[in-house]
Each structure stands twice: as structure tokens, then as C-alpha cells.
Design a protein around this ligand. Structure first.
Ligand SMILES: Nc1ncnc2c1ncn2[C@@H]1O[C@H](COP(=O)(O)OP(=O)(O)OP(=O)(O)O)[C@@H](O)[C@H]1O
Ligand SMILES: [Mg+2]
Length: 265
């Protein structure tokens, strides 16, 4: 359903993703964990087509369609969605306007959602997420607290009904109750077809959103995979044992070979 093969991506001439492979079947939830600076957000941005990241090699397919050949808008229309680690603020565009046009772009001309239907839908989803209706008319993310931004990302996800959902540290900044609400929102969206890629630092989120697979990312690629028990071991023991097991000295990416004395593969 979603397939990444040998993905390499650079930013400002620095290679960050170094041959990333992952295959996600419909309905599956995959979690990616990994130390800071190992390329997790870069992976998300590269999949979404962020202009700063240049994909130099590899392939990404969503239901057989070549994602890398699509423009940014097309990727969203095809059903890719990213809840960002740091959602940006857009002054002058209300949350409701933003979401309505995002939905309409996906639906295409002549199939736009009516205003009444849209408002009903948005209110229903906001209720599920225990959000005040006030957020409909606030400018997108402007002045939102950290947790409010994250909840709003999930609202977007619920309304856009994507095929592949990428959540980049959706748990960071959420209080304990909000974490449960957001997890319930995600779980409500799980079905036989929709796939999830969940980037997180903490096993706790995975108690609420049970993953099928857990992957560890280091040096711009997946270095270890397992089930939920892998996340539990990482939570308890950290990453040193993985590095030892695999003989990895520096798990981060971005340094050139010269800087590391050529130790990076
Ligand atoms: N715009 C940029 N300019 C320069 N370097 C960048 C840029 N974006 C990412 N990098 C570098 O790429 C490396 C990987 O960053 P990335 O954000 O993908 O890490 P991450 O695994 O998501 O880390 P974290 O867990 O801290 O969120 C880092 O060394 C980062 O500094
Ligand atoms: Mg990140």
C-alpha cells in the first residue's frame, strides 16, 4: 500500500536520509523511534515533498502511484497527510477556511463540500477532540499553545481522511488527558485500509496507539525492527544497546565523512 525503497535525501548538500526502506500494508500502524537528529522529520518532509529537501535516490509509492513524481498538492490529494512536529502559523487564514479549502482541493471541482455540511463535520470532530468551537475562527495555529497545535493537527487529519497518516511527535507538548484524547482520535481513524507512520520518542504513546511494528532509525535509515516490545526495551534501556549490537558509534546524520574521520557508512 505504501512503499519506500532506498530513499536518499539531502538538505543544503548534506545527505540526511541514506537509503531508507519501509513497506506499510493497508491498516497497519508502524512506529519510528530513534535518537535526536537521525533523520526522522527529514523522512516525513521528504515524503511530503518539502522544497528544502532534495530526494537524490529511491522510490516512494502510494497504492502503486509514484509519489516522488507528484507535486506537493498532488501528494495531499493522493491521500498523504503529515501532522508536523512544529506546525506553522498562518496569519490571516482561519482554521475553518484552511480546512475547507484543503477538503475542497481533495474533492475536486464540482464536488465541493457545502458550507453547512462542512461546519457540521468540523463541529462533530472538534467535539470528539474536546476542542472549543472558538478554534474554528482563529487564525491557523496563531497563538495556539503547543498542545492546541497538536490537537489541531489531529483535527485536520480526521477531516481530511487521508490514506497514509504520518504523525511526527504528536505526543510532544500534550498533557496526559490530551494525549488520551488525541490517541482516541487516531484510533477512531484506524481501519482496514488506512496506514499510519508514527514518529515518537516515548513508548507511552504506543500504549494508547498500539503499533504493529516498531522501527529504530539511526544514521538516516532503519537499523532495527520489531514489535511493540522493542519500544518497551528502548524506554527501559535507551539506545546504547542497539548501537553496541550494531557497532554504531555515532547515530546522527549530517556530518561529512571528513568530519567523522570516514566512520560513517
Ligand atoms: N533545514 C535544515 N538545514 C540544515 N540542517 C538540517 C535541516 N533540516 C534538518 N537538518 C539536519 O538534519 C539532521 C536530521 O534532522 P531531523 O529533523 O530529520 O532529525 P530528527 O530525527 O527528526 O530529530 P528529533 O528527534 O530531534 O526531532 C539534523 O542534524 C538536522 O540538523
Ligand atoms: Mg524530528
Amino acid at each position: 500500500m505504501f512503499e519506500i525503497r532506498g530513499l536518499r535525501s539531502t538538505i543544503e548538500g548534506k545527505e540526511i536520509l541514506k537509503g531508507f526502506d519501509l513497506s506499510i500494508q493497508g491498516g497497519q500502524v508502524h512506529a519510528i523511534m530513534g535518537p535526536n537528529g537521525t533523520g526522522k522529520s527529514t523522512l516525513a518532509s521528504s515524503i511530503m515533498g518539502h522544497p528544502k529537501y532534495e530526494v537524490t535516490e529511491g522510490e516512494v509509492y502510494l497504492e502503486g502511484d509514484n509519489v516522488l513524481e507528484m507535486g506537493v498538492d498532488e501528494r495531499a490529494r493522493a491521500g498523504l497527510f503529515l501532522a508536523m512536529q512544529y506546525p506553522s502559523e498562518i496569519a490571516g487564514v482561519t482554521n475553518a477556511d484552511f480546512l475547507r479549502s484543503a477538503i475542497n482541493v481533495r474533492r475536486g471541482e464540482g464536488r465541493e463540500i457545502s458550507l453547512i455540511k462542512f461546519i457540521r463535520l468540523m463541529e462533530a470532530r472538534m467535539k470528539e477532540l474536546d476542542m472549543s468551537f472558538e478554534f474554528m475562527h482563529r487564525y491557523l495555529n496563531e497563538g495556539f499553545s503547543g498542545g492546541e497545535k497538536k490537537r489541531n493537527e489531529i483535527l485536520q487529519m480526521m477531516m481530511l481522511e487521508p490514506k497514509l497518516v504520518i504523525l511526527d511527535e504528536i505526543d510532544s507538548g500534550l498533557d496526559i488527558d490530551a494525549l488520551k484524547i488525541v490517541a482516541a482520535g487516531v484510533n477512531a481513524m484506524r481501519d482496514k485500509e488506512r496506514s499510519f507512520l508514527i514518529i515518537t520518542h516515548y513508548q507511552r504513546l504506543l500504549n494508547y496507539i498500539r503499533p504493529d511494528f516498531v522501527h529504530v532509525m539511526m544514521q538516516g535509515r532503519i537499523v532495527k525492527s520489531g514489535g511493540p516490545e522493542l519500544a518497551e526495551r528502548l524506554e527501559a534501556e535507551g539506545y546504547d544497546w542497539v548501537k553496541e549490537e550494531l557497532g554504531i558509534a555515532d547515530e546522527t546524520v549530517g556530518q561529512t565523512q571528513e568530519e567523522t574521520g570516514g566512520c560513517l557508512s
